[in-house]
Design a protein around this ligand. Structure first.
Ligand code: NCC
Length: 367
């Protein structure tokens, strides 16, 4: 069962009683910590499966648009437009949460514009995610999608390391072992023999690998940083997202100007855009928003475990649907994933006598 994360400490902002101009529900401003939002297991499962399926489709479509299409669009503009789409959807979700556009506007004014210090906190993950999202384009322009997907799994131990260092989580040796086992298992499950696809550009695998390494580090750090900010107060997820995407728009626009500014003046902002490029932007937006919901209701390590289970299940489902044969490497990978989930959920033996350090037993999400 996934663990519903409780906010860890009350934020000073919740002790202030700032009044709003309209009769809006004061969801993000309650001085008391609200009872943890309960969502059904089915809803979590749905978010995880959508996140995983979107991520897999995103990587394949992105790779296609960068290597097979003839007119190469400016990838920085796609990263920028993704932030814009995510901001618009988050504003929509916030107005649904507070009950209308007027209330949404006053909540944004109050929580995002007036609380500059809070908004400033989101500048860090926004910058790191902007770098990560640009690196994904560089990596997938230079590496095969399967190679990228497999190497990108190194983000699992990297995320665990960041959770230990930044959130003060303690992991037993067995849990560390299970994390590396999971990393290997997902890589095996996703492994596909290299196929020579028609590629219309010159690729540099070294650049691809360096970009993947940067993306791995960014994913671990930014994910845990966002989780820390989100769970240290009862501020709504959509407000946190709006704060982050506003910075994201600024940062990624900086990327557009610095990297492609001159060329865009000549060719146009939307040069090389096709319906597939729009699909990349849509998938990137959906993937990002679902990621934020998953992190809200579980945590970043759980996200890795549950995404791994979803990958195994979706691969099994597609094998059943398309009558494909199980390969030995897939069976080995699946076994590794299952064992790692079991091992991660075992109680921590070394903390048994130390009640102060004991955490409630967390079972990984099994899907
Ligand atoms: O690498 P990953 O996620 O951790 O990257 C997180 C992505 O979500 C966006 N995000 C995060 C928090 C938040 N509040 N809002 C957001 O929009 C970040 O901008 C970042 O793009 C994964 O765990 O494997 C996952 O992978 C990505 C993607 O496949 C890789 O980053 C590709 O390089 C998935 N994103 C998409 O499918 C678009 C994500 O769903 C899962």
């Amino acid at each position: 069962m996934p663990v519903l994360q409780q906010p860890q400490k009350p934020s000073p902002i919740h002790t202030q009683d700032t009044s709003m101009s309209c009769q809006c529900p004061r969801i993000p401003l309650s001085p008391m910590r609200p009872a943890p939002e309960k969502v059904s297991m089915l809803f979590k499962l749905y978010c995880l499966v959508v996140m995983t399926v979107v991520a897999a489709t995103y990587i394949v479509v992105l790779r296609y648009t960068r290597t097979v299409s003839t007119d190469k669009y400016f990838s920085t503009t796609a990263v920028f437009l993704t932030e814009v789409v995510k901001l618009i959807i988050s504003l929509g979700m916030l107005s649904w949460e507070v009950g209308g556009l007027r209330c949404m506007a006053s909540t944004v004014l109050e929580e995002v514009i007036y609380k500059r210090k809070e908004t400033l906190k989101l500048c860090v993950p926004s910058l790191v995610y902007a770098l990560q999202n640009n690196m994904a384009f560089v990596a997938l322009s230079n590496l095969d999608a399967a190679v990228y997907q497999v190497t990108y799994q190194l983000k699992i131990p990297c995320t665990a390391m960041c959770s230990v260092l930044m959130l003060g989580r303690s992991l037993s040796y067995m849990q560390w072992f299970s994390i590396f086992l999971l990393c290997g298992g997902v890589s095996f499950v996703q492994w596909k023999p290299l196929e020579s696809t028609a590629v219309h550009i010159v690729q540099n695998p070294l650049i691809g690998m360096v970009a993947t390494a940067v993306a791995v580090l960014c994913s671990g750090f930014a994910g845990v940083y966002f989780e820390k900010v989100l769970k240290s107060s009862s501020t709504s997820l959509w407000i946190r997202n709006i704060q982050m995407y506003l910075w994201g728009i600024l940062m990624t626009f900086g990327g557009v100007v610095v990297n492609d500014g001159f060329a865009i003046l000549q060719e146009g902002f939307l040069f090389g855009y096709t319906p597939l490029v729009c699909l990349v932007i849509l998938l990137a937006s959906m993937g990002g928003l679902y990621t934020s919901v998953v992190v809200k209701y579980t945590d970043n390590i759980m996200k890795s475990f549950s995404a791994a289970s979803a990958i195994v299940l979706s691969t099994l489902a597609s094998m059943y649907l398309f009558e494909l044969h199980l390969s030995y490497i897939f069976v080995a990978g699946t076994t590794m994933v299952c064992i790692s989930i079991y091992l991660y959920g075992l109680p921590k033996l070394e903390n048994k006598n130390d009640s102060s350090k004991q955490e409630p037993k967390k079972m990984p999400v099994s899907v």
